[in-house]
Design a binder for this molecule. Structure first.
Ligand SMILES: [Fe+2]
Ligand SMILES: [Fe+2]
Length: 337
């Protein structure tokens, strides 16, 4: 929502920051949604051992089933990996909520944010190493894409509201969970059990993260519904911008849209998934049963009907995307997908 009259960004967010800072205990009670480092998986656990005596044979064995991954699968996997590799963008954005000015702050929000960043960091690392070892993608084109995405930045569309960052992240953690899960299923159907396992583990992390952000947003809904509900409406009213929106391989100005079209076509992340996420969040936050008036009540009404509205557009969008011509991707040496 826009700033009103003589409002400044600071005066606008001050009451929201107060509520978020006051939630320290709730955050603290949910820090167990991070996995302790000594119990956490690491990328190495899923990759061939290149230090062993049999490294060449291990690598060969690893590569065997990767030959069967289709170009469509490689494209969705690269797109997901690029999105994960732009983690610095999301860490910058979420520090608006954690408000760690020192960098080592001991507050629960700051501890969550660092722990979350550390867990997320493994996602890009693992997918990056996996893709490199397959020998099937143009890693330099992929790296240019990541470089551009981080340099281009990321706008979750939450400005000028701090609460919006929580809503956005709750949405995105669920979206990435779905997307990794589906790529894993496709990998399994194409005979690659190791990629299937990798995607399932990453999806498992996203699932814990989703729970955290969904709970924190639920707490805000409970404490400050009259501010929060219109902010949720504002975010969900426009199509939520995906974190990889500004990716660029140096060639295709519509790269993200082309990647998203492949993801929709192969069923990795679709309009129906988008509608399902909206339905899930509105239900989980129990928006329908809140006692609200004025602007917040209007936003509530909008939100309760929004998933149906999106569902009703799904067939048309699915058909439109299915009819799009395939695009060339530098990631797979300019072949089409
Ligand atoms: Fe991730
Ligand atoms: Fe995540």
């Amino acid at each position: 929502m826009k700033l009103k009259g003589n409002e400044t960004y600071e005066t606008r967010i001050a009451p929201q920051v107060e509520v978020l800072q006051g939630m320290g205990d709730v955050v603290l009670n949910n820090l167990n949604l991070l996995s302790p480092v000594d119990k956490a998986w690491q990328p190495t656990d899923f990759l061939p051992d290149l230090t062993g005596e049999n490294w060449a044979a291990d690598l060969k064995q690893f590569r065997g089933p990767t030959a069967a991954l289709t170009d469509d699968t490689l494209v969705v996997l690269v797109g997901d990996m690029v999105t994960e590799e732009a983690l610095p963008n999301y860490a910058v954005s979420l520090n608006l909520i954690a408000r760690d000015y020192v960098g080592t702050s001991p507050t629960p929000w700051a501890r969550w944010m660092r722990g979350w960043t550390a867990e997320e960091n493994r996602h890009g690392d693992l997918l990056n190493a996996f893709l490199r070892l397959t020998g099937r993608v143009d890693m330099r084109a992929v790296e240019v894409t990541v470089h551009n995405l981080i340099a281009n930045g990321f706008d979750p569309g939450a400005y000028p509201d701090s609460y919006g960052g929580l809503v956005y992240t709750a949405f995105q953690e669920r979206a990435t969970k779905i997307s990794h899960m589906r790529v894993g299923q496709i990998a399994r159907s194409q005979g690659n059990a190791s990629l299937a396992r990798i995607c399932a583990r990453i999806a498992g992390d996203e699932s814990r993260h989703e729970l955290f952000y969904t709970r924190m947003a639920a707490e805000v809904v409970k404490q400050d519904p009259n501010t929060m509900i219109p902010i949720i409406r504002e975010l969900l009213r426009r199509i939520i911008a995906m974190p990889g929106k500004r990716m660029f391989d140096g060639k295709d100005p519509d790269l993200f849209d082309h990647f998203a079209a492949v993801a929709q076509r192969v069923g990795v992340y679709t309009v129906r998934d988008y509608a399902e996420i909206v339905r899930h969040l509105v239900k989980t936050w129990d928006i329908a049963s809140l006692q609200l008036c004025g602007k917040a009540a209007a936003a509530q009404e909008f939100l309760c009907a929004h998933a149906d509205r999106l569902e009703s557009l799904a067939d048309e969008i699915t058909a439109r995307v299915a009819g799009l011509p395939p695009s060339r991707f530098a990631w797979i040496y300019d072949r089409t997908a």
